[in-house]
Design a protein around this ligand. Structure first.
Ligand code: ADP
Ligand code: MG
Length: 701
C-alpha cells in the first residue's frame, strides 16, 4: 500500500475527499462528521471476515458463511399467507448456486438486479425440498473495480449507515483517505506512555482499526481488543481525563466572595431545626458538605443517596450554615410539584427560626412574584424554593451563597455554567437518587466531588416486590382493598412514552375511570398526568398527600421525590416497558413510613429477555447501587439517563462498561502526567483543544 501522495490532513473537510460529493458531505455532516478526523474516528460497528470467501459448493447447513457471487435471477414471491412476501435471489459462483431469501422486505426489488456482484453473509440453512439457502443474509452489492482489496479478500469493517453513505461507501472513502494521509500524524499520547504500554502509533492504529491486517483474529476485533483498538480507546480516555482534570483545576482557582465559618452558635442553630437523629451516612455527608462550604473555592458536590435516604435534611442543614453566614440559598427541584413539596417541608422546619422562606413557581400571582423578587433582591428572603427558572430567569439575589439542585444531576452540572456567566460563584450541591455507577460517575462527573449516603433512616421495613402477569390482576386488587381498608394508600402507575404519548394518556385516563367505577367504586381515585395544569396537579397531589384520595393513578410524573409516607402500595402497569432505574425510583415512592410496603409489577406477556432480567433484578435487590450497575449493563451507557442529554459526553470508541479497566488506567496516567511532566501551557492547550473538539463538549464545568 504505497502512498500515492500524502496530500490530506486530519482537518481536511470531508467534501474534498474522493468519493464525497455534496450529497454525501451533507449526510455526513448530519451525522456530526465534518473533517477527515471525524470520519476516521467513526469506527466500525463490527468486522466481517471476507478473507476466506467460501465457494458455494463447500457450504454446509448450520454454518455462518460469507460468499461472493453473481445474481442470476431475483424477484418477489407471494406466499399462501396473505400479505406475506418473500424476496428471493438465485446467486451463483463458479462452484455452484444457491438461493438467498429475505422475508417481508419487498423493497429489495429496487435494490437487486440480475448480473450484480454481491457479497452475502448469513446462516446457511437446508431448504424444505433439498438444497441450501441463506435466510435474511446481510448483503452488499460490490460493483467497484477494486472489490478484491477493499470490500472482500480481507477482514472488512462494517459501519453504521449515514444517509447515502452506506457501509460500503464509507469503507471506500476511508480506504482512499488513509492512503493519502501522512503516516506521521501528530500523536496526543505522550511518547513514554505509548512505549510503556506498547501502544501502536496513531496512524498505524487508525489504519489497523479500519483495515485490520490479515493475522488478527476476528473475534478479538469484534471485542475491540486488538492493540490498535485499545490504543484508540486509551487515547480517548486519556484525553477525556486530561480535560476533566483541567476543568477541576479551573474550578479550584475560582474564589467565593464569602467564605463560610462554623461556630457553636451555628451548630446550635442547625440542631434546633433537626426533627430526628441523623443517620451515620447523613452525618458523614453533612460533614463533607460543610467542609466544602468552608473552603475558599466553590463547592461542586454530588450528594447521592437512594430514595428515602434523607438527602433533603442534609441539604437544609447546609443551607442553615450558609444563611447563618449571611448568605442566601436557592433550592431547586425539577418540577413545580416537587418544589412545592420541598417548600412545605422546609418552611415547616424553619418555622421557629429567623429565616424567611419563599416559594417561586408559576403558581404564584404576578404581584406576589414582584413582591418576592424585591425581597430576594434586598436580602430579606433567605431561602427561595423553585424550579430551574430560579437561576435562569430574572431572579437577582443580594448574596447567593448556596445552590441546591434536587433530582436533576445533569441539569445541575449545566447550571454551574449559567451561574458563572452571571458572575456568581456559589457553592453548588446536586442531589440525586439515581445512584450513579462508579464508571459513569468517573466519566460524567470526574470533576465533581461526591458524597454517598448508603444507609436508610431507622425503622424502615424493606419493600416486598412481586411480579405478576396481567391475568393475575384480581389478586392484586384484593390486596389493594385490604391495604386501603387498613387506612393505607396506593399508587397505580401507567407508562407514558414520548412517541405514543396520546395513546398512553388515554390508557392512563381509561384506567383511572375503570378503577374508580368498576374495581374500587367505594374508594376515591385520583388521576395525575403531565398534561394537567399546574394548579390541577397540585390539587390532586395535595388531596393524595392528605389522604383524601385512596388511590392515585398516575403517569411517571410521580417518579421523583414525592413523599407520602402513608402510601404503601405501588402498582406498576406494563412494568415490562420501564427501565430498571425507573422501576426502582417508582418503588421508592412507597416504604417511606412505618408500615410494611409492597411493589407489584404487572407485566404483559410475552416478556422479552431484557424485560425478564429487569423484573428479576427488581425482586432480587432493593439496593439502588446494585440496580444502577445492572441497569447500565442491560441498557448500555447511552440509554442510562433515558434520552441522551446535553452535556453527556458521547464517546467514539469507549464503552464505559466494556472498557472500565482501560479507563481506570487512563485516569491514573492522566493524573500522573499532569503531576510529573508539568506540561507546558501550549502542550496543555493543544490537548484541551483536541479534547473539546473530540467530545464536542461545551464548557459545562
Ligand atoms: P430522599 O433522600 O429520597 O430525598 P427525603 O429527604 O425525602 O429522602 O427523606 C425521606 C423521609 O425520611 C422524609 O420523610 C424524612 O423526613 C425522613 N428522614 C430523613 N432522615 C431521617 C432520619 N435520620 N431519621 C428519621 N427520618 C428521617
Ligand atoms: Mg428527595
Amino acid at each position: 500500500m504505497a502512498p500515492e501522495g500524502t496530500d490530506l490532513q486530519l482537518n481536511t473537510p470531508l467534501q474534498y475527499l474522493k468519493g464525497v460529493g455534496p450529497r454525501r458531505a451533507a449526510d455526513l455532516a448530519r451525522a456530526g462528521l465534518v473533517t477527515l478526523e471525524d470520519l476516521l474516528y467513526r469506527f466500525p460497528l463490527r468486522y466481517e471476515d471476507r478473507s476466506r470467501l467460501q465457494p458455494i459448493a463447500s457450504l454446509e447447513p448450520g454454518q455462518t458463511a460469507s460468499i461472493t457471487a453473481r445474481i442470476l435471477s431475483c424477484g418477489l414471491r407471494t406466499t399462501r399467507r396473505p400479505g406475506f412476501k418473500i424476496f428471493e435471489a438465485l446467486v451463483g459462483d463458479p462452484s455452484g448456486s444457491l438461493r438467498a431469501t429475505w422475508l417481508n422486505q419487498a423493497y429489495l426489488r429496487e435494490v437487486f438486479t440480475a448480473g450484480q456482484h454481491v457479497v452475502l453473509y448469513g446462516a446457511v440453512e437446508m431448504r424444505g425440498h433439498g438444497g441450501l439457502q441463506l435466510t435474511n443474509p446481510q448483503y452488499e452489492i460490490v460493483d467497484d473495480e477494486d472489490v478484491e482489496t477493499v470490500h472482500t479478500g480481507r477482514v472488512v469493517p462494517v459501519y453504521e449507515r449515514a444517509g447515502a453513505v452506506t457501509p460500503k461507501v464509507q469503507r471506500r472513502i476511508v480506504f482512499d483517505a488513509l492512503q493519502r494521509l501522512p503516516p506521521d500524524l501528530p500523536d496526543h499520547l505522550p511518547e513514554p506512555l505509548r512505549l510503556r504500554y506498547r501502544l501502536p502509533a496513531r496512524y498505524a492504529a487508525l489504519l489497523a482499526a479500519h483495515f485490520p491486517p490479515g493475522d488478527v483474529a476476528l473475534e478479538q476485533l469484534n471485542r475491540f481488543a486488538t492493540p490498535a483498538q485499545k490504543r484508540l480507546i486509551f487515547e480517548e480516555a486519556f484525553l477525556f481525563q486530561i480535560g476533566v482534570m483541567a476543568r477541576r483545576r479551573t474550578a479550584a482557582a475560582e474564589r467565593k466572595p464569602v467564605i463560610v465559618a462554623v461556630d457553636d452558635r451555628i451548630r446550635a442553630s442547625a440542631r434546633q431545626v433537626l426533627p430526628f437523629k441523623l443517620t451515620r451516612g447523613q452525618r458523614t455527608a453533612l460533614k463533607e458538605v460543610v467542609d466544602d462550604l468552608r473552603r475558599p473555592h466553590p463547592m461542586n458536590r454530588l450528594l447521592q443517596g437512594d430514595v428515602g435516604a434523607g438527602k433533603t435534611i442534609v441539604a437544609l442543614l447546609a443551607a442553615i450554615v450558609a444563611m447563618e453566614n449571611g448568605l442566601q440559598v436557592a433550592f431547586m427541584a425539577p418540577t413545580e410539584i416537587l418544589a412545592e413539596q420541598h417548600f412545605v417541608t422546609i418552611a415547616r422546619l424553619l418555622q421557629a427560626s429567623r429565616f424567611r422562606v419563599a416559594l417561586m413557581t408559576g403558581s404564584i400571582t404576578a404581584a406576589e412574584r414582584r413582591q418576592r423578587l424585591a425581597e430576594v433582591g434586598n436580602g430579606s428572603i433567605h431561602l427561595v424554593v423553585g424550579t430551574h427558572a430560579l437561576v435562569q430567569g430574572d431572579v437577582v439575589f443580594k448574596a447567593l451563597g448556596l445552590v441546591v439542585i434536587d433530582e436533576q444531576h445533569r441539569f445541575g452540572v449545566l447550571q454551574r455554567a449559567t451561574l458563572r456567566e452571571k458572575g456568581l460563584h456559589p457553592d453548588v450541591l446536586v442531589m440525586t437518587a439515581t445512584p450513579i455507577p462508579r464508571t459513569l460517575a468517573l466519566t460524567l462527573y470526574g470533576d465533581l466531588e461526591s458524597s454517598v449516603i448508603r444507609d436508610l433512616p431507622p425503622g424502615r421495613l424493606p419493600i416486598r416486590t412481586i411480579v405478576k402477569p396481567e391475568s393475575r390482576r384480581e389478586e392484586i386488587y384484593a390486596f389493594v382493598r385490604a391495604e386501603i381498608d387498613a387506612g393505607r394508600q396506593a399508587y397505580v402507575i401507567y407508562p407514558l412514552v414520548e412517541e405514543s404519548a396520546k395513546v398512553d394518556l388515554r390508557a392512563a385516563t381509561a384506567m383511572a375511570d375503570h378503577l374508580a367505577l368498576e374495581i374500587f367504586p367505594s374508594y376515591r381515585v385520583g388521576l395525575l398526568h403531565g398534561r394537567l395544569k399546574a394548579d390541577e396537579k397540585d390539587r390532586v397531589m395535595k388531596a393524595f398527600a392528605a389522604n383524601e384520595l385512596n388511590i392515585l393513578v398516575s403517569t411517571t410524573v410521580i417518579e421523583v421525590g414525592i413523599d407520602v409516607p402513608n402510601a404503601t402500595v405501588m402498582i406498576v402497569e406494563h412494568a415490562e416497558r420501564f427501565g430498571l432505574s425507573q422501576l426502582h425510583q417508582l418503588r421508592g415512592r412507597v416504604g417511606r413510613g412505618r408500615h410494611q410496603s409492597s411493589c407489584c409489577l404487572i407485566y404483559q406477556a410475552p416478556l422479552s429477555d431484557d424485560a425478564r432480567q429487569r423484573l428479576k433484578a427488581m425482586t432480587e435487590t432493593t439496593d439502588g447501587f446494585v440496580i444502577a450497575e445492572r441497569d447500565l449493563e442491560l441498557r448500555g451507557p447511552g440509554d442510562f439517563f433515558g434520552t441522551r442529554q446535553a452535556g453527556v459526553p458521547t464517546f467514539r470508541l469507549i464503552d464505559v462498561v466494556r472498557d472500565r479497566d482501560l479507563m481506570d488506567v487512563a485516569q491514573r496516567e492522566a493524573a500522573e502526567w499532569l503531576e510529573t511532566e508539568a506540561p507546558t501551557p501550549t502542550a496543555l492547550t493543544d490537548l484541551l483543544q483536541a479534547w473539546s473538539a473530540r467530545f464536542k463538549l461545551m464548557d459545562v464545568g
